[in-house]
Design a protein around this ligand. Sequence first.
Ligand SMILES: [Zn+2]
Length: 169
Amino acid sequence: MTYAVPENPATASHADLDVLAEQLGRAPRGVAGIAARCVCGRPLVVRTLPRLPDGTPFPTTYYLTHPGAVIAASTLETSGLMREMTERLAQDEALAAAYRAAHESYLADREELGHVEEIDGISAGGMPTRVKCLHVLMAHALARPGVNPLGDEVLALAAPMWRRDRCTC
Ligand SMILES: [Zn+2]
């Protein structure tokens, strides 16, 4: 069945909020929009406000919600990939520069949603010098393809388990 995607796909509809609640197992908080969708239209990544309604600063602007994608990222995290990527950042200057640019891009995207002093200059996932969460990197790559080289790599490595162009909703 076709999912009813809003006219502006970046907007979160009531149906999207229902799916997010199902994916997260709780009511979604601080939803600013949908940053990436499955081919079927359902949300993969939620764009989240930098300050939640209860006042908590929230640095993870792009939050991975699709259960299949979450499991794939969790599986890759157990493989030692984060340590390996962090080591490569220390050795590969071009990669480090591109990852720093991804960090700056992440901050600029978040700034569009409002300035939150407590997390000023702090992005997510270990950026800009480390890799601490593959869910964050995968979400960033889904929301902004081609911006985060390590996020794009995570997506490619996840492909045997989960990929955005094959609906498993
Ligand atoms: Zn789907």
